[in-house]
Write a protein that binds this ligand. Sequence first.
Ligand SMILES: *[C@@H]1O[C@H](CO)[C@@H](O)[C@H](O)[C@H]1NC(C)=O
Ligand SMILES: *[C@@H]1O[C@H](CO)[C@@H](O)[C@H](O)[C@H]1NC(C)=O
Ligand SMILES: *[C@@H]1O[C@H](CO)[C@@H](O)[C@H](O)[C@H]1NC(C)=O
Length: 393
Amino acid sequence: MVLKRTWIHSEVLKVAILLIFVAFPGFFENKALCKVSFGVNYGKVANNLPAPAEVVSILESISVTRAKLYDTDPLVLKTFRSTNISFIVGVANEDIQSLGSPEVATRWVEENILAYYPSTDITAIVVGNEIFGGADTGLMSHVLPAMRNIYSVLMTRNLQKKIQVSTAHSFAVLTSSYPPSSGAFNPAIADSLMKPILQFLALTNAPFMINAYPFFAYKSNPGEVSLEYVLFEDKVGIRDPNTGLVYYNMFDAQLDAIFAAMGALGYPNVSLTVTETGWPSGGDANEAGATVSNAQTYHTNLMKHLSSAKGTPLRPNANLEVYYFALFNENLKPGPSSERHYGLFKPDGTKVYNFTFTQAPSGSSSSGATVPKVLGIVKWGTFFFTYVGMMGL
Ligand SMILES: *[C@@H]1O[C@H](CO)[C@@H](O)[C@H](O)[C@H]1NC(C)=O
Ligand SMILES: *[C@@H]1O[C@H](CO)[C@@H](O)[C@H](O)[C@H]1NC(C)=O
Ligand SMILES: *[C@@H]1O[C@H](CO)[C@@H](O)[C@H](O)[C@H]1NC(C)=O
């Protein structure tokens, strides 16, 4: 009799606690959980890819609702009208210089953005890809004026809060990246070029965009860099002597090197979008690690890692938008064989290896936190039930 009454009390208490979680999900939410969303790079340097209409179905079949283009291909942007898939689009490097003219920028925005937006959701414009890590130093000084002009045109349409303006960087913009806390931009561009860009990003609330490839670090030094570390399978970790933070994978270490480099220039709070990351499923004989199995492991573990929504060791609250490279194997990409083997899909639409985008991203920018939030509730809920159980209620 007594036992039964206790049991009833305990059930009532549990239900009451559960109701608190349901009614006030934000109340006990774990502060460390942050917003993460996934997309894919829709690169098209190939002559054998499926038509854009088929690409809509392919993206829908893998529940990906964000894609990134390197241009503003009219056929793609028209075809994706009224889908739930949003786009980051790009200004081709060869168009950047002319966008220093406000008139040209106005025409560019009208013809390449406003002609499709908002039926096609465009969330950001990337003004040039990997210019500051490259050899074409003549182009560097033209990037920020082009960004400013495009932003001004968006402002005249009151779209500056809907469409972000940034530029994407390769990891070569850093001359120091290890330990992560020592991250520093190349002194040749730091004060003269990166600082004004960071100032623009901070003022306009736009992200710094980075293409991060642990694969390159492994490929260039497979004897020193452990495969476990670049594939998120390291259990020991590497301690940053300056911060005491321990890194269990190179992806986090690369992101924190960027955060540190931005901080060193006075902009620690600019957010980060990973505009590219991925791993090739094939390569030349001298390209260590470029195998189907490693590519699959990298994707699986990246998804697992990001779904934990814990940010990075240095920025545990960092919201991240991550674009996988790439949707298709692109047969016309120049360079080593690995360049033509980054795809999740072959041109015939079959998967190169099994994969899933574990946390279905949402087209709306505010709902990316749903899964972490629910996980947070479940986590705290479990804690309370365990606690209640231990008290013998
Ligand atoms: C887009 O998403 C909404 C809400 O989830 C859904 O009702 C609608 O059918 C979707 N549209 C397409 C074209 O998939
Ligand atoms: C960065 O954000 C932190 C926390 O909100 C704030 O205290 C700090 O002043 C910010 N720093 C800069 C340079 O904006
Ligand atoms: C992919 O996964 C499915 C279902 O889990 C399985 O039947 C299939 O054999 C896998 N394919 C490959 C290539 O591993």
